[in-house]
Design a protein around this ligand. Structure first.
Ligand code: EPZ
Length: 415
């Protein structure tokens, strides 16, 4: 999918079933390195990033099959603990194979990650955490080489509650000798989903979802089955689409307990939103009001929600200050929104968004997954056609994105 054309659309009406969470399933797939046997993961979205991780596991010698949202991984006794550049540079999340490889194989060679350009994205906390457990690293020719005879439990204090560093440390500590305590750990729901999966495999991970995670290492883990949690970022995208052109939606399978802060913020903007027996219900009957937004680690407003929130703030009544506190450079889509007539100014890591009545359709370019989705949302609030190019970015993180929006009344074409 290279282009998405968004025609002016009326109110959205109906139900959308959420897919499984990209930011959980990629880590669950990496965790299959930890035990021999056949794993079955359900509710796995057919998205490009899942294909990337599947290619990475295959290149290490695992068997991967993905059909009808069921992913089967066959982990043989011996694997090749290397993550090559051509695969890692396609997807930054590949770095989370480092911990499981060190824990289960005792060595790893992983290319330094590329991924979305949100400004500097170091992996120092990943390496420091694994070094605390006894791993030894060297870097050469763009690769990290890691060794560890047997990892030993330790106290790890994260300088910042990094999602990836927490996940790497947890997946390394499950087979380490003794107890590991991770302080200032990330608390995202995807971390709790990973811990649930590992505990099903026989691990002992306590406190996932809180700032302190305790892991008691075990000798061996086993292959299991698991259902992936729904994608709260996909949910936020569809709620923003509703905010852009009004209407009423039920998001099936949505977990309101994963989106408290977002639902509160959208309520503050005038969206009627509540839990529903099948997930989350929301309705927008009139122009939304502006509200300030500040991105924070979970349970704060996720940085991944911000691009779509800015799209609806661009047509809301009033002025909003939007602060990006995680990725200093995550504002590239703003120029594209300004091309559509938005009144937004950026000062360092703040955006001042002055709402306009309507945006105007224009040719725009997607720079990453969420930026692309945000431009489609903006197109729903515009006069005239919006043509989003480089839409392949969107396919990295969204399953049947255009189709799901069309099913509730959005006038969208893909090519
Ligand atoms: C995960 O990235 C998500 N990706 C991102 O979603 C999400 O934006 C991010 O968490 C924050 O919620 C996946 O799960 C695949 P971090 P991750 O480590 O793990 C700094 C999407 O669109 N940091 O929590 O890479 C870092 O630079 C993607 O789905 C270090 O300084 O994020 C950033 O400022 C985009 N050193 C902050 O921490 C480190 O060693 C948070 O990063 C690690 C991180």
């Amino acid at each position: 999918m290279e282009r998405i054309v968004v025609h002016p659309s009326g109110p959205l009406e109906g139900r959308i079933r959420l897919s499984g969470a990209k930011n959980s399933v990629l880590k669950l797939m990496a965790a299959t390195v930890l035990a021999e046997g056949t794993f079955v993961l359900r509710n796995v979205p057919h998205i490009v990033d899942v294909d990337c991780m599947a290619d990475l596991l295959r290149s290490m010698g695992l068997g991967v099959d993905h059909c009808d949202n069921v992913l089967t991984v066959v982990r043989p006794a011996d694997i090749n603990p290397e993550a090559p550049y051509e695969l890692v540079e396609r997807m930054r999340a590949s770095i989370v194979v480092l911990g499981p490889l060190l824990a289960r194989v005792g060595r790893a060679r992983v290319a330094l990650p590329g991924g979305d350009d949100f400004g500097p994205r170091p992996i120092d906390m990943h390496l420091q955490s694994l070094e605390r457990l006894g791993a030894v690293f060297s870097t050469a020719h763009g690769y990290i080489e890691g060794h560890a005879d047997r990892l030993v439990g330790a106290r790890i204090f994260l300088e910042f509650p990094s999602v990836g560093a927490t996940e790497n440390a947890v997946m390394a500590a499950v087979l380490a000798k003794g107890e590991t305590v991770i302080e200032n750990a990330a608390r995202e729901p995807e971390i709790a989903d990973l811990a649930g999966f590992l505990n099903r495999m026989g691990a002992r991970v306590l406190g996932a979802g809180s700032p302190t995670i305790t892991i008691v290492g075990v000798e061996e883990l086993f292959a299991v089955e698991h259902e992936v949690i729904p994608d709260r970022i996909e949910a936020a995208t569809f709620l923003a689409a509703l905010g852009a052109c009004g209407g009423e939606l039920v998001l099936e399978a949505a977990r309101p307990d994963h989106m408290d802060m977002l639902m509160q913020k959208l309520g503050e903007m005038g969206m009627r939103i509540s839990t529903h027996p099948d997930g989350v219900w929301a309705m927008v009957g009139e122009r939304l009001r502006s509200a300030d937004v500040s991105t924070l680690p979970y349970p704060g407003i996720a940085t991944d929600y911000k691009p779509f929130l800015v799209s609806i703030l661009a047509v809301a009544e009033g002025v909003a200050i939007v602060a990006e506190n995680l990725f200093s450079g995550r504002f590239r889509y703003i120029d594209e929104l300004v091309r559509m007539g938005a009144d937004i100014r950026i000062e360092e890591h703040f955006a001042v968004v002055r709402g306009v009545r309507r945006l105007s359709g224009a040719p725009v370019r997607a720079h990453d997954i969420r930026a692309g989705a945000a431009l489609v949302v903006a197109g729903l609030a515009a006069d005239g056609d919006t043509v989003v190019s480089d839409a392949h970015h969107i396919a990295r993180g969204y399953e049947r994105f255009a189709e799901k929006l069309r099913a509730v009344g959005a006038d969208i074409e893909t090519s």
